[in-house]
Design a protein around this ligand. Structure first.
Ligand code: FDA
Length: 391
């Protein structure tokens, strides 16, 4: 059977592109080397797939060109994906901050995409490795484990480097370079941070302690959950800031983001002069953390023994606690890969290569990375849709 459009990668972006192109009557073949499609969708959102975010704006994405994502995001909005979810009668809910999750299972999203593919006449071949790609007059020839395939258009939707055990490869980046595209340096994003040496020793036995906090790096900050782990720190606030943090930079934590500690502490001294500081702090912070902060920095005496300036220094410190991370847990646990195919070489409205007609890059392989909270799937849907409309 003849193929007009060959898509490499049956993930979120590839499947959305296939559906959109298939609905236009294009003959679409999707190849994936994994044993089933949509593996990352299946594992996403703790098994419930945070499939979009109601508050998506271009400002929620990191890219060397912050304008690149605008066109595609504007033309395929969260409401468009929600309409598809509703058409398939998949129950969903807003968890927080506009994040939409399935009530039951991520499997429903994969099922929905595969049903739409089938309805649009899309063929999907899994367990099919791509060995070589060549550009020829009028199209592309792709050598696979199952022989040579030809198509007029080639869409690279092979994702990033995160979670190699799920089939992630650097294939898309190599292909981009092969065709003369620049690839921006890649690194793990939305990833736990590690501590080492004395910085790790300070917090190592706090593993499991969780609290609401604000994590800051440079001018970026995120207020959400913070979790101490055996290797360092995690939780949504840390995952978010990890995409902005650069090795060597100090992180600052606001451990009491909902309080004015400098006002609260003197009030506690008046109300409970005999109570020790660690006991007072444990009213607002996890007990083990309160104790550790006292050991590391504040001392632990009855409140009446702390003078006003000392309490205001402690208050300021609670809102601006320094943390020195040594690195990240890397691609093994990262939700996304920052960097990727340079957007300068792509059309922002169609995702087509400016260098090789008929070649497209969509989804995570492109240098566009979203925040935690459904933004990355929305980019996959939107960029896949943009290419699918023209491919
Ligand atoms: P994706 O990685 O989905 O698909 C790429 C496909 O290409 C894969 O199927 C792979 O097997 C295939 N492939 C790779 N190399 C190949 C080759 N050489 N030949 C053939 N096939 C090849 N985002 C979000 O918005 N909400 C969420 O809840 C989550 N949750 C989440 C949890 C976890 C644990 C992870 C790791 C990630 C998330 N994400 C997320 C991020 C989200 O999963 C990610 O951004 C999208 O899946 C990217 O979609 P793509 O289609 O670009 O790549």
């Amino acid at each position: 059977m003849k193929t007009d459009v060959l898509i490499i990668g049956a993930g979120a972006a590839g499947l959305m592109c296939a559906i959109t192109a298939g609905q236009r009557g294009r003959r679409v073949l999707v190849l994936d080397h994994a044993n089933k499609p949509g593996k990352k969708i299946l594992m996403s959102g703790g098994g419930r797939c945070n499939f979009t975010n109601l508050g998506v704006t271009p400002a929620n994405y990191l890219s060397a060109n912050p304008h690149f994502a605008k066109s595609a995001l504007a033309r395929y909005a969260p409401a468009d994906f929600v309409a598809l979810v509703e058409k398939h009668r998949i129950a969903y809910h807003e968890k927080e901050l506009g994040q939409l999750f399935c009530d039951d299972s991520s499997k429903q999203i994969v099922r929905m995409l595969l049903d739409e593919c089938a309805a649009a006449g899309v063929r999907i071949e899994t367990g099919c490795a791509v060995e070589r790609v060549r550009h020829r007059e009028g199209g592309f020839s792709v050598a696979t484990g199952r022989g040579e395939l030809h198509a007029g258009a080639l869409v690279v939707a092979s994702g990033g480097l995160s979670i190699p055990s799920m089939g992630a490869t650097g294939f898309g980046y190599e292909l981009a370079r092969q065709f003369g595209h620049e690839v921006r340096p890649t690194r793990a994003g939305l990833v736990p941070l590690t501590l080492s040496g004395k910085h790790q020793e300070r917090y190592a036995d706090l593993a499991g302690v969780a609290l609401p906090a604000e994590a800051r790096s440079g001018r970026q900050s995120f207020r959400s959950g913070l979790l101490f782990t055996h290797r360092g720190v995690s939780g949504p606030a840390i995952l978010q800031i990890s995409s902005y943090w650069q090795p060597g930079e100090e992180l600052r934590l606001d451990l009491l983001p909902d309080r004015d500690a400098a006002a609260w502490l003197p009030a506690q001294r008046t109300a409970r002069p005999a109570a020790e500081l660690k006991t007072v702090l444990a009213d607002l912070l996890p007990k083990r953390l309160a104790q550790r902060l006292c050991e590391l920095d504040f001392g632990n005496r009855p409140m009446r023994q702390y003078r006003e300036p000392e309490l205001s220094t402690i208050g300021a410190r609670l809102h601006d606690w320094p943390l020195v991370a040594s690195g990240t847990e890397g691609y093994r646990t990262a939700e996304v890969t920052l960097g990727g195919v340079d957007t300068d070489g792509l059309s922002s409205s169609t995702m087509q290569s400016k260098l090789v007609p008929g070649l497209y890059f969509i989804g995570e392989v492109v240098d566009v990375t979203g925040w935690l909270g459904g933004y990355n799937f929305q980019w996959a849907w939107a960029s896949g849709h943009a290419a699918g409309e023209v491919v």
